[in-house]
Design a binder for this molecule. Structure first.
Ligand code: HEC
Length: 131
């Protein structure tokens, strides 16, 4: 009966979210982490290095680099975990990855796969530790 309980709780969450016009549940996104053992150093950082560091470091020379938001600094990365103004149910980081906040990231490139975005969401859901 776990599945029906889950569906039931999602309906309740969405109903509560609808009151505030920001239901956080979308297909492919679970309100609880799918992996609680996610680690920043092993799982999250390599994604950022591969897909984001070319523009998001203070030493980037990429023509489309960001002039701020240097994710090689963990404290800078944590600043992106505030709610997005585009949809407060999401952090700025995830809202950019899901193209909810524009421009979507990685900038002018193919969006990350749902499974990579899920790794980052899982990490945020467990409290975004520097583990
Ligand atoms: C090709 C260069 C490039 C790449 C690659 C890139 N970004 Fe960006 N990013 C930018 C630019 C430029 C901006 C500023 C754009 C704007 O908001 O107008 C930006 C802005 C952002 C912001 C908003 C920062 C803020 O506080 O306003 C976030 C979050 C972000 N990027 C996350 C990412 C993530 C995560 C990745 C990797 C998956 C990534 N970006 C990859 C160029 C890039």
């Amino acid at each position: 009966m776990r599945t029906s309980m889950h569906v039931y709780s999602v309906i309740i969450l969405c109903a509560a979210g609808a009151l505030f016009n920001n239901c956080a549940y979308h297909s492919g996104e679970e309100p609880v982490p799918s992996n609680r053992d996610v680690r920043y150093s092993v799982d999250v950082k390599p994604i950022l290095i591969k897909h984001c560091y070319s523009c998001h470091t203070d030493t980037s020379t990429h023509p489309d680099r960001s002039g701020y938001a240097f994710f090689n600094d963990f404290n800078e990365l944590k600043k992106e975990l505030k709610p997005s103004t585009a949809n407060t149910a999401y952090t700025i980081l995830v809202a950019r990855l899901k193209y909810i906040e524009s421009p979507g990231m990685p900038y002018k490139q193919t969006p990350l796969s749902d499974s990579l975005i899920q790794v980052i969401q899982d990490w945020i859901l467990i409290g975004a530790p520097e583990n």
